[in-house]
Design a protein around this ligand. Sequence first.
Ligand code: CO
Length: 283
Amino acid sequence: MQCTIERVVAAPATPEGDGMVVHRAFPGQSVGRLDPFLMLDEMGPLVLPPNSRQGFPDHPHRGFETVTYLLEGEFQHKDSHGHKGRLGPGDVQWMTAGSGVMHSEMPSAELRRNGGTLHGLQLWVNLPAKDKMMPARYQEFPGARIPAVTFPGGTVKVLAGKFRDASAIIATRTPIQFLHAELTAGGAVEMNVPAGHKGFVYSVRGAGTVAGKAVRHSELAVLGAGDTVTLTAGPEGFGAVLITGVPLGEPVFQYGPFVMTTRAEIIQAVEDFQAGKFGSIPA
Ligand code: CO
């Protein structure tokens, strides 16, 4: 049965980090957290002028995962565990912050110097209480290694979960499906929502329909009951992600970049941060 659409909302432009602008799909005025997901930001699309300094300088995370999926431009990151790398278009970083990291996420030095377009997604996935203090873990893959299914009228990339005979190479702590569909004008695709999953569709390009409802770029469609979602593309084509997961059903205490299950754990996180226990980023 085709999913019902509970609502379609535009993601408002929101200042974030140091001089960056994101479209925050949720949480916002009309849609809160979508358990097990805490937040979805669309970075840009933003045209950086030459010699720009914008980015997301040093900041901590604890108790959840950050998923960075770059669509255009180049991003570089460094963290307190000595991990660093670069993400280009189509590349994915699935970072399990667990007990804590300090990191910086910036447009690459070349992009900041020369200017250019930055476009991508950052999804925050909550961790179950039992995994919140696990050691930090990275899963980082170039776009060429992300499984994809091509069919007449489009492509579906499988970042997490399954689509047709393609299974993701990224492992998730709890059941998550993250599919990116790119449709050419008039293209269509039907994708499954696994039993027990809740989630949403968010558009990253063009316009089309989601389960029969019109959705444009930077709009969020929250899914209701059902087990499939059909996307159709309008004349400019349509790019959208279908992201679903099994809700954790646990309390959420959030203070900025710390997401735990009790108030005491949040106080502990702030104390640990102030005591320098998250470490620092090597120069
Ligand atoms: Co971060």
